[in-house]
Ligand binder design. Structure first.
Ligand code: SF4
Length: 216
């Protein structure tokens, strides 16, 4: 159903206020220079983590985890996203979605199934090609941001603090744009090291004991 590049079994930082598992969807058409999940960029099938294994794991975590986040890569790149979200919802989990808004048509279909969306804004819209390395991102991101804003789904717009964005007032311009929407832009520091998404993670009790923390 989905090509899955990684699975985080328990996290307190990927869905605000909820204990969640994160499914990392394989594949992203963009090439952001600061991407810390570069191994998730290639679109490939036959990934080592099978959908059936993920569903089996989630069945064993009913009542223990609150939510499942579809992240990436870019989840909206995969035709199986809608069906996967439905399957997870049937298990009783809340659905979170991380997206850069690459495919607004798929995002529009997915929004009714999501309880929370984190949308990455990569740059001032007119500079998307500079950051993503691919033409055409500006229009997609504009459409997707509009869809998220109008959806009524709780959400967050966030940006990774790339050094380029910290020059010439770019971040400030993005903050002003989001403030004009009546919202706040959440800033993430760049990850200094590639993230090991298959690392052994703490159990649910340990996650709960550590409390809910916000990503910074
Ligand atoms: S959109 Fe996200 S996953 Fe894709 S290249 Fe950029 S940072 Fe990486």
């Amino acid at each position: 159903m989905l090509n899955i590049g990684g699975l985080t079994r328990c996290t307190t930082i990927d869905y605000p206020g909820e204990l969640a598992a994160v499914i990392f969807c394989q594949g992203c058409p963009w090439r952001c220079g600061y991407c810390h999940n570069t191994h998730l960029m290639p679109q490939q099938s036959g990934t080592p983590i099978k959908w059936e294994e993920v569903i089996g794991f989630l069945e064993s975590r009913r009542g223990l985890l609150d939510a499942v986040v579809f992240s990436g890569g870019e989840p909206t790149m995969q035709a199986g996203l809608h069906g996967a979200m439905l399957a997870v919802k049937k298990l009783g989990f809340k659905i979170g979605l991380h997206t850069a808004g690459v495919y607004p048509e798929v995002l529009e279909q997915s929004l009714p199934l999501a309880e929370w969306v984190g949308m990455d804004l990569k740059a001032p819209f007119e500079e998307y090609e500079r950051i993503t390395g691919i033409p055409g991102g500006e229009e997609a991101a504009r459409k997707s941001a509009e869809l998220v804003r109008r959806s009524g789904v709780p959400h967050q717009f966030r940006t990774t603090l790339d050094p380029y964005l910290q020059q010439n007032g770019r971040i400030e311009a993005m903050q002003q744009m989001v403030a004009a929407w009546g919202e706040e832009l959440v800033l993430h520091r760049m990850s200094p090291m590639p993230v090991d998404i298959d690392r052994e993670l703490p159990g649910e009790e340990e996650c709960r004991a550590n409390g809910i923390v916000e990503r910074t």
